[in-house]
Design a protein around this ligand. Structure first.
Ligand code: FAD
Length: 565
């Protein structure tokens, strides 16, 4: 059997290696357009920032090493330009020699990835605008920085690549302004969870321009001017990172069925609409594991797994891809931010009746040095308790918690079942009640009616006319350092003595720092016949979100360029 693979990185290289492990006799040829195979796309920003110093570390394999281990013929600097499904051939161009030739296949696997989106706007072809996809792109940016010593950069787009580039350019001593179209960066997060990331970026000197539409670019002497709805940004370079588009021109030309944004439609065996042609990775449309809807999820994990599944099926096995849930994680300076599944915006869009918990536990036992607060949000379907998604930001142990929840989702564990997970504990690592267990306890309390909640978005609309009682159950010191208008301070430990100060015929809305003391207060008051609501996330969370609103409202109007560069 002769198998031709287009694209020699995440999906393509995984598939090639798996095919060889399954079939010692197959002939496997991989065509890769760039000069590198199996390169670490995810490591590219860190090479620019200097964390990864050796260029060699960016490539996990080269054609010689791959041949030695797998006897796979990898042809770098070879672009497949056409597919003839009827005759089962591809047309290949050797990009070094210019030679064009035909190669036949029994099975064809497409793993061409996705290309950075480049909107058709004024000045987009400016040579100070860079995108990041390949090793070559990385080296171009590295060379530009070395030669021109830019002092300032505009990063367009606050997705994963944009944020990683902002941080890594900042590591190079470059002053960064990041412009984002939406009201918050990191679209997989809800606004409230992205709020802490906004503060982290600003704290580190990255200027955020939210709600900002980029309209075009202009040359400005030695600099480039980014024209935005929120004022112009003058900088020495621009990183364009507004998302990716499936690189599906070959599939399109060959008449394969296409889906969202021109992605390749595949079934759960990674078969395209044309016999003997498979496709995987960023170029394909997937089923969202949570909603069952069609989705584009451009991540390395799914691409690698799909490559393996396609290889299985090519080799006569029966493997199925059950969908992507978009588990992802990013380092933002010293903070870690992660998510899995869907967020509130997506749940609303899908018409799912959901509830959520927000909590801010310590990463490990409070009495053991070094613990840091993390904030988790878990979203679940009210009726079924299906876990819809989770978002976490913090400094330590975020990766572990998001992966536990992602695993629970795969195993269709109910949200309250998080309480039952028997997780490893010793003081340096966790608490006897792990943050994931705590989320489960809270969900169970909500489902069983032991506690009712109110959320950030409810606070502004709470009546201040005396019809409800607003209670802050922290210490007077904490209260004095900051509280929400209208909330009256009665510390949790004084509640029983001062209970007469709270009128029994009014609902009581309780807030503390993290949500724990207010929960205890609610239980005490409920036990005394009160109707109570606990603030989800605590004042700390309220404060983080409120501060971020100020960043969102801040604009950098025209004429203030000097302050931005
Ligand atoms: P790719 O790995 O992109 O490989 C496709 C290859 O096909 C390309 O090298 C391309 O040159 C080649 N090709 C395309 N068309 C042709 C053709 N006609 N002929 C020959 N060759 C062709 N994901 C994560 O999960 N975590 C991360 O931290 C993360 N960080 C990232 C950082 C950056 C800067 C980038 C760009 C991506 C990052 N990703 C990350 C996404 C991840 O890299 C992709 O989801 C994954 O590589 C997709 O695999 P793929 O095989 O579909 O495509």
């Amino acid at each position: 059997m002769k198998i031709v693979i287009v694209g020699g990185v995440a999906g393509g290289a995984s598939a090639a290696a798996r095919i060889r492990r399954l079939d010692e006799n197959a002939q496997v040829i991989v065509f890769e357009r760039t000069g590198y195979m199996s390169y670490a796309n995810c490591g590219l920003p860190y090479y620019i920032g200097g964390t990864i110093q050796d260029k060699g570390d960016l490539t996990l394999q080269n054609p010689d090493s791959f041949w030695d281990r797998f006897i796979v013929d990898v042809r770098i600097l070879h672009e497949v330009t056409d597919i003839d499904p009827a005759n089962k051939t591809v047309i290949v161009k050797n990009l070094e020699s210019g030679k064009v030739y035909e190669e036949s296949y029994d099975k064809l696997l497409l793993s061409p990835g996705a290309k950075p989106t480049r909107p058709d706007m004024t000045g987009i072809d400016n040579d100070k605008i860079f995108t990041l996809r390949t090793v070559e792109d990385t080296l171009r940016i590295e060379e530009y920085i070395a030669k021109n010593k830019p002092q300032s950069a505009a990063v367009i787009g606050g997705g994963y690549v944009g944020i990683e580039m902002a941080e890594n350019l900042h590591e190079n001593g470059i002053d960064v302004t990041l412009a984002e179209y939406a009201d918050h960066i990191l679209a997989p997060l809800d606004y409230d969870m992205a709020a802490a990331v906004h503060s982290k970026m600003e704290e580190n000197g990255v200027k955020l321009m939210l709600n900002t539409t980029v309209k075009g670019f202009e040359n400005a002497g030695a600099k480039i001017r980014t024209l935005t709805s929120n004022g112009d940004v003058l900088s020495d370079m621009v990183i364009l990172s507004i998302g990716v588009t499936p690189d599906s021109f070959l599939a399109n030309k060959a008449g394969l069925q296409l889906g969202i944004k021109g992605s390749i439609v595949v079934n759960d065996r990674m078969e395209t609409s044309v016999p003997d042609i498979y496709a995987v990775g960023d170029a394909v449309e997937v089923k969202h594991f949570v909603t069952g809807d069609k989705a584009l999820i451009s991540l390395a994990g799914p691409a690698n797994k799909q490559g393996r599944i396609a290889a299985d099926n090519i080799c006569g096995l029966d493997s199925r891809y059950k969908g992507s849930q978009g588990s992802s994680i990013i380092k933002v300076f010293d903070m870690t931010v992660a998510s899995t599944g869907i967020n509130e915006v997506q749940a609303k869009k899908a018409g799912i009746a959901y509830d959520k918990v927000v909590l801010s536990p310590m990463s490990h036992a409070g009495y053991y040095p070094g613990g840091r607060v993390m904030t988790l949000k878990v979203i679940f379907e009210k009726q079924t308790e299906k876990i819809l998604g989770a978002q976490i930001f913090g400094f330590d142990g975020v990766d572990k918690r998001i992966d536990v929840i992602a695993t629970a989702m795969r195993a269709n564990l109910k949200a309250s079942g998080l309480a039952e997970l028997d997780l490893a504990y010793a003081p340096p690592y966790s608490s006897a009640k792990d943050p994931v267990n705590m989320a489960g306890f809270m969900i169970e309390n909500i489902i069983t009616g032991k506690v009712k909640q109110f959320h950030y978005e409810d606070v502004a609309n709470l009546p201040r006319d005396g019809s409800i009682f607003l209670l802050d159950s922290r210490t007077p010191y904490e209260y004095a350092r900051g509280h929400v208008d209208g909330f009256i301070n009665i510390p949790v430990d004084d509640i029983r003595e001062r209970i007469s100060e709270i009128s029994k015929n009014k609902p009581v809305y309780v807030m503390c720092q993290s949500g724990l003391r207010s929960y205890i207060t609610c239980r005490i008051l409920s036990g005394n016949g009160y109707d109570c609501y606990n603030f989800s996330g605590g004042y700390r969370f309220y404060d983080i979100v409120s501060k971020s609103k100020k960043i969102a409202d801040k604009s950098y109007p025209c004429g203030m360029e000097e302050q931005l560069v």
